[in-house]
Design a protein around this ligand. Structure first.
Ligand SMILES: [Zn+2]
Length: 263
């Protein structure tokens, strides 16, 4: 009976792993859906941003804040992020970095402006970063981590039983393989998804989505000559993402043209 319960829990775990894997926030027509991520993630994002603002130096230089305000105004109109308390802050930091937290908190480093020196390029960066928040990517990773912890506990429990026989060991092996297959590419899938959603956001906001390709082309040159900036380390290879963006461009351009026609 006990063994049956263990096997049953392993099955439930395996099912939970597959149900909380990558869930697309973008359909084949480029329609973006907002993924719920719970009040906890939202308030965590807001309180983290407060801490970051205390820790880092903020720039009020209009050569940075003006273009950000222009781009933010247009992006906020098209990004449906319920209950967002939008805030865009420029930090004095030479590394070309930007980030967005759940709750609508966005940080941009001064170093980014050397690479993203037009509104469209800034929109490409911000669209990408904000989409990580709207697609609940951090939340998905948290679910994964929780499922993994649970799985680890169940596995430990199963191995502790002296009368383990083949079926359970096979299940344990299956779980580990499922975990490795599903978790490792998760962040990559999220990156590709954010690239695509980012182009939709920028297109709907009236920026030519093809500029996203230009952004990654510039960043790839930057990668060749300098140490990889922190926010790019989990990002897929530049050539692959440029290739994937090119393939998605006809859909992004439809959204761009629809916006232009509506003007
Ligand atoms: Zn990203």
């Amino acid at each position: 009976m006990r063994k049956l319960i263990t096997i049953l829990s392993l099955f439930i775990f395996a099912a939970s792993i597959t149900s909380c894997t990558f869930q697309p926030a973008l359909d084949e027509h480029g329609n973006v859906s907002i993924k719920p991520q719970g009040q906890v993630m939202r308030s965590h994002g807001i309180s983290e941003f407060k801490k970051i603002k205390q820790r880092l130096q903020i720039s009020h230089d209009p050569k940075y804040t003006r273009p950000i305000a222009r781009v933010a105004k247009r992006l906020k109109k098209v990004i449906n992020m319920p209950e967002a308390e939008w805030e865009f802050v420029v930090f004095k930091d030479a590394s070309p970095n930007a980030f967005a937290l759940p709750g609508g908190k966005v940080g941009i480093n001064t170093g980014l402006f050397a690479i993203a020196d037009t509104d469209a390029l800034l929109a490409a960066v911000l669209g990408h970063e904000i989409s990580h928040a709207t697609a609940a990517h951090a939340y998905q990773r948290m679910l994964h981590a929780t499922a993994t912890l649970l799985g680890g506990a169940l596995l430990y429990h199963a191995l502790e039983q002296n009368d383990i026989d083949q079926p359970e060991q096979k299940l344990a092996a299956y779980m580990l393989v499922t975990y490795l297959l599903e978790t490792l590419p998760l962040s990559r899938k999220q990156e590709y998804e954010s690239d695509r959603i980012g182009t939709i956001y920028m297109a709907q906001a009236g920026y030519d989505p093809r500029q996203s390709i230009e952004l990654w082309r510039r960043l790839s040159h930057h990668h060749d000559t300098t140490q990889k900036p922190e926010f790019l380390r989990t990002h897929p290879e530049d050539k692959k993402r440029i290739h994937s963006l090119r393939a998605f461009m006809p859909i992004a351009m439809k959204h761009y043209r629809a916006g232009k026609n509506a003007e």
